[in-house]
Design a protein around this ligand. Structure first.
Ligand code: CTP
Length: 380
């Protein structure tokens, strides 16, 4: 048996949520959610060809292996939000499909498609909203229950070119003018990552102009006059945290950053405090930074130094190395660092320097260092 056989045999299995929306919009899906109208764990237990790999009875979810392929199957479930802005609590597993659907964020994500008949089940007008390119919440408390939905709305607006319906927009504005800062920032961060990794100036403009950014800070913020989307596109292959280039401009204090993300933000804050005067100082300032920090510097300072580093200076490196100095008869010592530093300065002044010329300069400089050392010994 494979999954298709399963779909054809039972009539209580549904594709649910984003995947049905994506089928109707004719977009590829990031993941395929399958739900059983009923209890998925019990359902899978009764099918011999379903090998249970993992199950979570509290959520009614199960991971199964069918014909060597892994599938996640959920139960229909009812949820409530006992603590607004935090994870919901499951109050019923195996509820009617309709109750599972109406707990969701937007009508476009509240569609189900029967896997056997192909019938699309639409209790909330999601199909019409897809045709009209509208994002509509299912009830007036939706953003109060789960403010991450504000960012999800932004993500879907950008991804599909949809807009909020008027009433949904007024609910969003009402929430943003009275934010409950006691919320689960881990979930909010996940949504910020998937939204701003789309690299969209439009998303950032909406985020700032509609005051969504107030979800992450109480401070005020003004949109920088910079084509960030274009800048990111230019250096895209060197970036793994595009989202942070947008969000670190505002405030990341409430977001739990990992080690790399923390370094990006800390380096950016240090960089903008520096008074960088020449090419050598540009290299020394940026050489140990992630490209994200360097771009953040550029967006903030707009002085062209970061771009000069990335496009030009970054490539200029002395050709000689420690082995060459050893061959010159110089035993490894702290002098090495001074010599490489000097050669870098000379190379930045004259990138055409050849390796033999570098070696010659290194030799002269080493003599100068030794002489100074002897002179100062003589003085004492
Ligand atoms: N959902 C919700 N509220 C949230 C997150 C999710 O109601 N805060 C529901 C939506 O019905 C959504 C489904 O859970 O369709 C699955 O969530 P997720 O996988 O995050 O979103 P998708 O809609 O599948 O979107 P994507 O294509 O970005 O994965």
């Amino acid at each position: 048996m494979n999954i298709i056989d399963l779909y054809e045999k039972y009539d209580n299995l549904y594709y649910i949520g984003g995947v049905v929306r994506d089928i109707l919009i004719k977009m590829p899906s990031q993941d395929v959610d399958i739900t059983v109208e009923g209890n998925a764990i019990e359902f899978c237990k009764n099918i011999d060809e379903c090998e249970m790999v993992q199950s979570n009875p509290d959520f009614g979810t199960v991971r199964v292996k069918i014909n060597n392929q892994i599938y996640d199957i959920s139960s229909t479930r009812k949820e409530i939000y006992p603590k607004k802005g935090h994870l919901p609590r499951v109050v019923e597993i195996g509820c009617p499909l309709k109750d599972d659907v109406i707990r969701r964020d937007f009508t476009i994500n509240a569609l189900a498609k029967n896997t056997k008949t192909g019938e699309i089940i639409d209790y909330v007008g999601g199909r019409e909203d897809i045709s009209n390119k509208i994002l509509r919440v299912l009830h007036d408390n939706s953003f109060i229950d789960d403010p991450t939905r504000i960012i999800r709305g932004l993500k879907f607006a950008v991804r599909f070119g949809f807009s909020l319906d008027e009433h949904t927009k007024s609910l969003q504005n009402a929430y943003l003018s009275n934010i409950n800062y006691d919320m689960c920032y881990k979930r909010l961060k996940d949504e910020l990552i998937s939204t701003f990794n789309l690299n969209s100036n439009r998303a950032f403009e909406t985020f700032v102009n509609d005051k969504m950014y107030k979800l992450i800070t109480k401070k005020d913020f003004e949109l920088p006059d910079y084509d960030i989307q274009g800048l990111v596109r230019k250096y895209y292959k060197n970036l793994s945290n595009v989202w942070l280039i947008y969000i670190a401009l505002i405030d990341t204090e409430k977001l739990e950053l990992n080690k790399t993300e923390t370094k990006i933000v800390d380096d950016y804050k240090k960089l903008v405090e520096l008074d960088i005067k020449n090419d050598y100082e540009i290299v020394r300032a940026f050489e140990k930074c992630e490209v994200e920090s360097i771009l953040l510097y550029e967006i903030t300072k707009k002085d062209g130094k970061a771009i000069k580093y990335l496009d030009e200076l970054n490539e200029i490196k002395p050709e000689i190395d420690g082995n060459d100095l050893k061959k010159m008869g110089l035993p490894p010592s702290e002098k090495y660092a001074k010599i490489f530093d000097y050669i870098l300065q000379e190379k930045l002044k004259n990138p055409e320097l050849t390796k033999p010329e570098e070696l010659e300069l290194a030799e002269q400089y080493e003599k100068k260092l030794s002489k100074n050392n002897n002179d100062s010994k003589g003085d004492s």
